[in-house]
Design a protein around this ligand. Sequence first.
Ligand SMILES: [Ca+2]
Ligand SMILES: [Ca+2]
Ligand SMILES: [Ca+2]
Ligand SMILES: [Ca+2]
Length: 413
Amino acid sequence: MLYSAGGFHKAAAEYNGASFQWENARMTDPDRSGRTRGPGRAIPAILLAASLSGCATHETAVTPVGAPPQRADTIAYLEVHAEPKAWSVTPLDGGRFALTSHKSGVLEVWELGPDRRPRRLMQDPRVGFHPDAVRTIDWDDDGRLDLLVAGEGAGVVQLWRPAGDGVFTLSASVKAPFPPRDVAVGDLDGDGYKDLVVGPYSGKQVAVYFGKGGFQFDRVLLEALPTPSHPVVVDWDRDGDLDIVWPEWDKGSIRLARNQGDRRFETEFLAPPTYGLSPRQLAVADLDADGWQDIVVALETAKAARILYNDHGKGIRETEDIPAPVWGYSWATVLGSGPDALIALSEEGRIVLARRAGDGWALRQVPAGSLPLDLSFTDLDRDGEPDLLFANSAGETIGIVFGPLWEQAREVE
Ligand SMILES: [Ca+2]
Ligand SMILES: [Ca+2]
Ligand SMILES: [Ca+2]
Ligand SMILES: [Ca+2]
């Protein structure tokens, strides 16, 4: 409905034994008047397919045959084909990112050069069978970023610490009461030690791990409806302590666990169970600039994302939907806050960018692969423009769309 791909031009080259393929997709896109856009407005999608077979511990040279085009009216979209199939991705500093492969059971770290060439720095299988989310945090406040991995198959949450040159090594791990899907971090009891909030791959509980130094914890379980996979920490009521919100995918509800102090929480619905919404994940940001954090929920089967506006720390004042082109959204992330916030929402094959326009939302789109998850804004090529990093979880590649994003995205009709 939005565009049809046609006129593909492919070029393949052999270089140092590795094969690379460029695809320049010229897409026709009827504009509002029904005309086909001229060549100046067509957006080539650039696909760099780098075959990266090789030893698990040796760096594989990746040298593309050229850099993506830099024209102002084009989008540079890079797909990194990690051989073991990507599943989750998180940005690091210095143009680096870490990914896990659910299928192959590895953690990898990659680096983009200033010329946007990807290079794998490490691969390690110690995440075990079916690892899920990988997240970035400076766990020990030493100024260097660490990694947390939700080890679904291994039933653990792991801490990986930097060992230099972009290599991370397994430092500690803690058992989970369920197969962990995702992990969030904050000091929820205010004792100066970071705590973990862990969501399940399947199940009806959220686990809070209160840190007590090192990677040792006291654990509290919170009851939920299935399936609260992606908890987020936020001070919802601005009383100075961090609360927890999560979506309950099976039942369509959004839950708040209000921090009562003394490591106690009281849970309440911010949105009641509603059939047919399938809220997979949510992001928090103050979208109406009233000083209270609001929620953007990616609704997978409701053809929309829903904004829940915080009513001064109590419940929800009102909701507002951002429509989805075809199906619904699987992931949401927000850059900035207030009327200038840029929201990124993933749908099959595309990422929709939403920006406030009067009483509604202006929508544009950039290309993506299959079932993009783990969206984050990060300046990977260090040019001062935020880029979009995501995992094409069904297509099993890492996608990167280079900024300026809004200016180069195409309209969604
Ligand atoms: Ca703590
Ligand atoms: Ca609070
Ligand atoms: Ca607000
Ligand atoms: Ca950039």
